[in-house]
Write a protein that binds this ligand. Sequence first.
Ligand SMILES: [Zn+2]
Length: 252
Amino acid sequence: MSEALRRKLTNAGRVLAMQDQGDFVAGHVTVRLEDDKGRFLMKPATIGLEEMTPENIITVDLDGQRVGGSMPRHNEVYIHSEILRARPDLNAVIHTHAPHAVAFSSLGKELVPVNNEAGYFYKKLPVFSETTDLIVTAERGKAVAKCLADRNALLLRNHGIVAAGRTLEEAVWVALKLERACRVQLMAEWAGGPKHIAEGEDLEKKNSRGMRQDLFTNVFNYLVRSWCRVHGKHGDPCCAEHYETDLSGYKG
Ligand SMILES: [Zn+2]
């Protein structure tokens, strides 16, 4: 069971790096163990997101202590441990220094539905501004979890993003869509600021078409296949299992 999850976490790191969420060896992603809800798998410190392997991933408990693996643990582990403690409905957490989201967070502006993905976060994107420093204590981790409340993403002002999901596929989707929404609004801001945004029933309908587990899975699988093509790794066991398409939520 854990082996499949380790391969999926490895792939999450690869696609996050491929999508410009990497910051050299900073940024991390975690997923809760299916058979032990008080522990989670985590990217180790000292390596890049795309350098994770099923073997070098570490296991951590909800107090932030490493309980498995030998590589060092990120000092910002408390973002993950405290969110997973506070939110039993969530199973995956991502923290990166996504560049457009960081730039956008410095404007002190609300993220508005300039493009499709921004609608998912409209009026639902907390900004953590208690500090711009790294989150290296359990106390700060708890404060981030409190700021997140019942949402699935937040901006750490002048620092980065936190994205979470019921599945790893959803958390990756949220992280990538949030960064893209911030990037597109920045483009509109550079051109004088958005004059029109999506709102009301129009926006609600549009959002309902995008927030779907089958879509999260299909996007994740596509990104893994794309990574494998770029890196010539079609035979890699981490890539081979991403050729299925989930049609369960597709309505045409
Ligand atoms: Zn950070």
